[in-house]
Design a protein around this ligand. Structure first.
Ligand code: ATP
Ligand code: MG
Length: 455
């Protein structure tokens, strides 16, 4: 990872120093130097004793953005966007009357006082251009000890800004750290404060939490905290499935699915969400027969609806909401090693989404604690078949058919629903292997079908 003192943004600090001000790298980018976080290219935050107006004057020739001018933050963008940084004037935060924003901030002259307002010791460090570390609260030791520790009294700090509770949960997941005892106790005690925090801020922490390397541990341990804004999760906790297929309660099963699900860089976040929420519909669809065995008729369907409501409430973007809901709704899809059936499913869902449903299904099975080797192998083989069909260019959708609507019209069929019906019937035959995907044979078959219909 690139050292902070080798980053192009270093020049921003040099310019501030030359102009007679103090300037330090601060916050997350300093933490990353010691925590082994791979992100590396995280935002650069700079703390300075220059006032916002002075910062803007100093960088008069460069582009600056008033990112949060009232809170002392100006973004400076280097020419040709070779680097950028958020420069914030040393400040102390007043009271957080609404538990979210400081009512008023006060610009101050001391770096140490600025570090004191920050949430955790690991985020309360600063470094100058010579690589000298300012670490008044022992952040470096806490990183070594893998500890999330509030700066000062944890309870007070959480009451100033409740979001910090969820930030602590997020850092424990992403970094694989534990919450220091008093910090953890205060997080639990003050968790109800989260009900006053905006959905956007909460979910931006939660989405990082589920993709963290210790996501399972964090969700398991802090269910009661997350449950304040996601009661759906709390309802899954301790819910006995009364099924010989399952070893775990609904929540533990879902956490294990989240841990097990295979993802790519691109789909990680929504796949983790889908796996964690895949049985969200179970508590509400439960009924049991005389022998005491549990059933959850329609829990996928119900779950898909619940996910939509949940994610909309959390103000999550439409794409993520729709995709997670679709994956949850279909997580019980049946897969067989049968090319024709697989093509039907590829047609219905598209290959990409079908592979995602398959991945959730596999994770679901692993997470029962009872999955057999042959079953898991079957999923892998179905996955390979989907990829082979895609790579081989086999026809499974109308787009790929060698015959188009215009060709149907050319044999004398009038514009209307019949055109589509004929195409669908021909596609069925191509998928079934009854017809090759060739224009001449398809045209002939279309003429035959049309003639039969007319009689
Ligand atoms: P990441 O960028 O990965 O989210 P980060 O630590 O950089 O992590 P930011 O939200 O970018 O987090 O904030 C930058 C710094 O500002 C933090 O390192 C911390 O020092 C301080 N900070 C951010 N949010 C809070 C908060 N709610 N309370 C106190 N300090 C905060
Ligand atoms: Mg940051």
């Amino acid at each position: 990872m690139m050292k902070l003192t080798e980053r192009p943004e270093k020049i921003i600090l040099e310019i501030l120093e030359k102009a007679g001000y103090e300037a330090y790298f601060a916050g997350g980018c300093v933490r990353e130097c010691f925590s082994g976080e791979t992100a590396g290219a995280g935002d650069i935050d700079i703390a300075t004793n220059a006032l916002p107006e002075e910062v803007k004057k100093t960088f008069g020739g460069w582009k600056t953005v008033d990112t949060g001018i009232a809170h002392g933050t100006v973004t400076v963008i280097m020419p040709e966007d070779r680097g950028r940084a958020e420069i914030t004037t040393y400040r102390s935060d007043g009271v957080y009357g609404d538990c979210r924003h400081p009512d008023k901030v006060e610009f101050i002259g001391s770096l140490k006082e600025d570090l004191r307002r920050r949430d955790f010791t690991m985020n309360a460090m600063a470094m100058d251009i010579r690589g000298r570390l300012e670490d008044p609260f022992g952040g470096r030791d806490d990183i070594k000890g893998k500890t999330v520790r509030a700066v000062g009294d944890a309870g007070e700090r959480f009451r100033e800004d409740g979001l910090r509770i969820m930030r602590a949960v997020r850092f424990s997941s992403v970094l694989g750290f534990s919450l220091e005892e008093k910090t953890e106790r205060a997080a639990f005690e003050n968790r109800k404060l989260l009900s006053r925090i905006s959905a956007e801020r909460l979910f931006s922490e939660f989405r990082k939490t589920v993709t963290g390397k210790d996501a399972g541990k964090a969700v398991r341990k802090y269910t009661d905290i997350i449950g304040v804004f996601m009661p759906e999760l709390e309802a899954m906790k301790g819910f006995d499935q009364r099924s010989r297929y399952h070893r775990y309660d609904v929540l533990e099963h879902c956490i294990r699915a989240m841990e097990a699900v295979e993802t790519t860089e691109k789909n990680r976040e929504y796949m983790k969400l889908a796996a964690l929420l895949h049985d969200i519909g179970k508590p509400q669809t439960y009924c049991h027969e005389d022998l005491g065995r549990g059933h959850f008729q329609g829990h996928g369907e119900k779950g898909g609806e619940m996910v939509k409501i949940l994610l909309r409430r959390m103000k999550v973007d439409a794409f993520t909401t729709e995709r997670v809901s679709l994956l949850v709704r279909n997580h019980d899809l049946m897969f067989h090693r049968n090319e024709r059936l697989i093509k039907e499913l590829m047609r219905k869902f598209t290959p990409g989404i079908l592979l995602e449903i398959l991945a959730v299904k596999k994770a679901d099975n692993i997470a029962t604690g009872n999955a057999s080797g042959p079953l898991l192998e079957k999923f892998d083989e179905v996955g390979r078949m989907i990829e082979e069909i895609t790579a081989g260019g086999d026809c499974y959708s109308l787009d790929q058919m060698a015959l188009k609507g215009d060709d149907i019209k050319a044999i004398g069929v009038k514009e209307g629903p019949l055109v589509g019906r004929l195409l669908e019937e021909l596609l069925e035959k191509v998928i079934d292997g009854e017809l090759p995907n060739e224009k001449s044979s398809l045209t002939e078959a279309a003429q035959g079908l049309y003639k039969a219909l007319k009689q």
